[in-house]
Design a protein around this ligand. Structure first.
Ligand SMILES: Nc1ncnc2c1ncn2[C@@H]1O[C@H](COP(=O)(O)OP(=O)(O)OP(=O)(O)O)[C@@H](O)[C@H]1O
Ligand SMILES: [Mg+2]
Length: 346
């Protein structure tokens, strides 16, 4: 298949609506049917991403961030995982309703993902150049020579020195930071419109983390991609994200612009997360710890799932249904009955 054939078949997708958000997740539910019971990993997630926008998904370990990403990418481990409800729109087309072949094509060409652990995501028995070039051969029908040239250009793009020589190296011959750059190169190979980065820097040391995040932010801006950045590190988020969706026990409990979240959090969980970041100006003071543990997803509490750990809790918080996401300000929501008190408006 030639390059134009592939592009044409993508453009021929039914009913692509270019005025719709780039990506929109509506009321997504994912459950895992395990021997220990039913785990409700994702319980009604709503997200929206525009072209050129950078959205961070933030939350404690186990709150459903990766499973949300896996649902978007169509790579949920099934069984035991199942999407039981919801829609995932790419430019107005529900990916979950598309025939499998078209769905796969959209994901391969338009939505790319970077994983936390580059070493296990790359194939150890092929050179990095081969793995990059294969993408162009398989999806763009390029010749060996042309695809090899594109592989070199990509390694240059992600600032790997001596790219021409390094394409002949195997993944284990790269340092952790360089491998993550290779992962970014692979993700960008087919010019995706959406990039999902799941904790792309947690395996790296702090200085390398900063370099990789800066590179990601730069490439995202240059290419006007929509970026979903998954992290549990509030420090990482501030420099890169435009908006933050905070997740707790499989739900988005607050969403706002980065500045608003940092200055006036409107959900007790977000506020507690912010208070648990070590601050140099408060050296010597005791660090705030969120009491208790996130709920087991096989046994999520009734009402607001944060209620057993919350300092603002009242009877209404323990009663079903869980709080809706209240509009706090334009483009800002909080799933807390008492968001005004939390934010300091009352
Ligand atoms: N393959 C699986 N089999 C069974 N349960 C799973 C599987 N993958 C995820 N889960 C369930 O989904 C929950 C959410 O997992 P997820 O990987 O999305 O968490 P996370 O927010 O990405 O956490 P972390 O910050 O540790 O990466 C887990 O606690 C687990 O109960
Ligand atoms: Mg994860």
């Amino acid at each position: 298949m030639t390059k134009t054939d592939v592009t044409a078949s993508i453009d021929a997708l039914p009913n692509l609506d270019h005025s719709a958000p780039l990506l929109q997740v509506k009321d997504l539910h994912v459950e895992f049917r395990t021997r220990n019971g039913l785990a409700h990993a994702v319980n009604g997630v709503n997200l929206s991403l525009q072209a050129g926008e950078s959205l961070a998904i933030l939350g404690e370990s186990g709150c459903g961030k990766s499973v949300t990403a896996q649902a978007i990418m169509g790579i949920i481990d099934s069984p035991p995982g199942y999407i039981t409800q919801g829609e995932i729109f790419y430019r107005g087309v529900d990916l979950l309703k598309l025939p499998e072949a078209q769905r796969r094509k959209v994901r391969a060409n338009k939505i790319a993902m970077i994983f936390q652990d580059a070493l296990s995501a790359l194939n150890p028995v092929f050179t990095v150049g081969f793995q990059l070039a294969e993408l162009f051969r398989k999806h763009r029908g390029m010749s060996r020579q042309e695809s090899r040239q594109r592989a070199i250009e990509l390694l240059d793009l992600v600032k790997i020195p001596a790219a021409k020589q390094r394409i002949n190296d195997y993944p284990h011959q790269f340092s952790g930071g360089m491998r993550q750059r290779v992962m970014i190169a692979m993700a960008l190979a087919l010019d995706p419109e959406v990039l999902v980065a799941d904790e792309p820097t947690t395996a790296l040391d702090v200085t390398v983390q900063a370099q990789i995040m800066a590179l990601l932010a730069e490439l995202q801006r240059e290419r006007n991609m929509g970026l979903i950045l998954i992290t549990h590190d509030m420090g990482v988020v501030a420099d890169v994200a435009d908006r933050i969706s905070v997740m707790y026990a499989g739900r988005v409990i607050e969403e706002a612009g980065v500045h608003d979240i940092y200055s006036t959090p409107a959900h007790p969980y977000t506020k507690a997360l912010l208070q648990s970041i070590p601050r140099i100006d408060l050296k010597g003071q005791e660090l705030h710890v969120i009491k208790g543990l996130p709920p087991a997803l096989t046994d999520v509490p009734a009402g607001c799932s944060f209620n057993p750990r919350c300092g603002y809790v009242q009877d209404v918080c323990r009663a079903d249904p869980p709080p809706p996401r209240y509009p706090v300000a334009p483009g800002r929501t909080s799933a807390c009955h008492f968001w005004k008190e939390v934010k300091g408006d009352e």
